[in-house]
Design a protein around this ligand. Structure first.
Ligand code: SF4
Ligand code: SF4
Length: 385
């Protein structure tokens, strides 16, 4: 038997979070593990200063944590501080931040409409990062416009190192190259790729598909995780099966499809929107999950919020009027003040409500009026009558 002391320590990138339940989160893989109260107490003492014999963990649990890469065992004491984020009820897990209105493309379907030139105050943004650490957020999604055009992008990037959440960059990819990639502290890059060459370039401009694809390839080579989001439209539907196979073969981690919303430039291009009955079957092709799910009686986006360039907390990029006020007084108080949406109307009594959650409430309101159904989800679940 080996009698030398062993000091368990949380691995780099692993953090404890008090959400609806105690959890441990792996920012490297985006895995969230629920914990018993006893397991939470044990892991909160895994600071590289206590020995196994002091802590006396349950043997199977210790083995599981070592196997999952949650813990490492050190042969001598190397103390660190275990950080625990204490969240709210419901918990704020996913924060999308629009850092700039600038964009280098002029996509036909952009729901934000014409690009502006406003940028987020960098001091406010840095405070927001600290607040998200403090509240125990899981994912920070930096978006725009095109976020690489944010004049303080490198300042933001430097401030992301060592955070307790997973930074994700949402980009059109046309400005990402090897040299920029080598500096990035983002764990995941999400590219907008709206089809193969024909479908993508139709929406985003000639040559943009090749530039984005090159960036996807370079990002995969760099070892960062890549996800792709695709807006479904009339000119790319015939390409989607092939695109999905292509992305999977390349090693893309998740692929999500989005149905266009008739806002911004898309309001003038509604002829590009497929009928929902035509679009619904394609959603069986996607893989991976997004941050928009509902939970425990709350409608979609139960754990999601967005911040616009002026620092207003909003339910999401679509529900821009549903606000908790400015985050300048603190993210926590803005999240508390943000009205939470519950499932109401037809969806509240639907037999599919558990699996569906009422879909996207913004789309539901646009298509079927206040309290209405998300007809795309109804079609996907065979509930359209
Ligand atoms: S299937 Fe349709 S009616 Fe049922 S919960 Fe989903 S959106 Fe609402
Ligand atoms: S309204 Fe739509 S975009 Fe907004 S949180 Fe819900 S699902 Fe997401």
């Amino acid at each position: 038997m080996d009698l030398r002391p062993a000091y368990p320590r949380l691995q780099d990138g692993i953090y404890l979070k008090q959400l609806e339940r105690p959890c441990v989160y792996d920012t490297r893989t985006d895995e969230l593990y629920e914990l018993s109260p006893e397991a939470m107490v044990f892991l909160s003492h895994c600071d590289g200063a206590h020995t196994i014999s002091n802590l006396q963990p349950e043997e199977h649990f210790l083995a599981y944590c070592l196997e999952e890469g949650i813990l490492e065992l050190l042969s001598r004491a190397e103390p660190t501080v275990v950080r625990v984020g204490i969240n709210e009820l419901p918990s704020l897990r996913y924060l999308m931040v629009e850092v700039t209105e600038r964009c280098n493309l002029r996509c036909r379907h952009c729901y934000l409409g014409e690009a502006g030139e406003k940028d987020m105050d960098p001091d406010l943004l840095l405070r927001l990062l600290d607040d998200l650490d403090d509240i125990g957020g899981l994912r920070l999604m930096i978006t725009g416009g095109e976020p690489v055009l944010y004049p303080h992008f490198q300042c933001l990037n430097r401030a992301l190192a060592g955070r307790t959440f997973r930074p994700v960059l949402i980009t059109n990819g046309t400005l990402i190259d090897r040299s920029l990639l080598s500096t990035l502290n983002f764990r995941e890059i999400q590219f907008s790729l709206d089809g193969l060459e024909e479908g993508h370039d139709f929406l985003r401009g000639k040559g943009s598909f090749r530039r984005t694809l090159e960036a996807v390839r370079e990002t995969l080579v760099s070892g960062k995780e890549v996800s792709v989001a695709t807006v479904l439209h009339r000119k790319n539907m015939h390409e989607l099966e092939k695109l999905g196979r292509f992305l999977r073969d390349m090693g893309v981690h998740s692929w999500t499809l989005e149905y266009p919303v008739a806002m911004g430039r898309m309001a003038a291009n509604q002829g590009l929107m497929p009928k929902i009955e035509e679009a619904a079957p394609f959603f069986s092709l996607e893989w991976g999950s997004g941050p928009h799910a509902g939970e425990s009686g709350y409608a979609c986006g139960a754990h999601l919020a967005a911040v616009d360039v002026s620092g207003r907390l909003m339910k999401c990029g679509y529900y821009r009027q549903l606000s908790g006020g400015s985050v300048s007084g603190g993210l926590r108080s803005a999240w508390r003040a943000l009205p939470k949406m519950r499932l109401e109307g037809v969806c509240a009594s639907c037999t599919e409500r558990e699996g569906c959650g009422g879909g996207c409430r913004f789309r539901a309101e646009l298509m079927d009026g206040p309290g209405g159904r998300d007809l795309l989800m109804c079609a996907r679940l065979g509930m359209l009558s």
